[in-house]
Design a protein around this ligand. Sequence first.
Ligand code: MD6
Ligand code: FE
Length: 224
Amino acid sequence: MILCSPARTAIMQSDLDLFGRQPQRLATHTVLLPGFVLPRLEALLDALRPVLRAAPFRHMETPGGQAIAVALSNCGDLGWVSDRQGYRYTTHDPLSGAPWPALPALLAQLAHEAAAAAGFDGFHADTCLINHYLPGTRLSLHQDRNERDFSHPIVSISLGLPAVFLLGGQQRGDATQKVPLGHGDVLVWGGDDRLRFHGVQPIKPGEHPRMGSRRINLTLRRAT
Ligand code: MD6
Ligand code: FE
């Protein structure tokens, strides 16, 4: 799928997800791929299980000393952490003292394919942040700026309970676009949109048939 090609006008049958939903361009360099991971969902969950056994979800502290409502873990060469010292990437899990679990090949492959589908060729993730939301949990507006090179896109996979993603602008006060993200959806953004403010509205209570009463978000990046 070459969504970025100006020559391309028709959407191909192969671009549609299981439910016939089409990729959607939300901004110049932001593309929503509905249901992109659904065909490989079980393999994806199989790959996550050992990662989360080795590096369980935990609540980290903000530099200001507040508990972050979203529980998180990581896999890959690096993992994103927050504590009194600030936000940064580490090679080791501070909880176990061991290196973060390796990035499963399937995750790297899905990220590569989703990025390409959104017009970002040659994306090779080296880290995946795994976020766990319970109903009521929100993520306040922020920018992702702990990575070395903002020319790489970010691939974000949503699983479980639906969320409303807030896509803001370059300034914190800019208007936000509400983007519904459902189970299996992938959001890819980069380029001019890479430093947009964004957040997640409080997750509504519910029960997802496969994932239970939670939302899981996987954000794949190139941090180095
Ligand atoms: C989430 N995502 O969807 C949180 N950041 O749970 C993010 O903060 C995020 O989805 C950068 C790019 C895509 C994202
Ligand atoms: Fe973010």
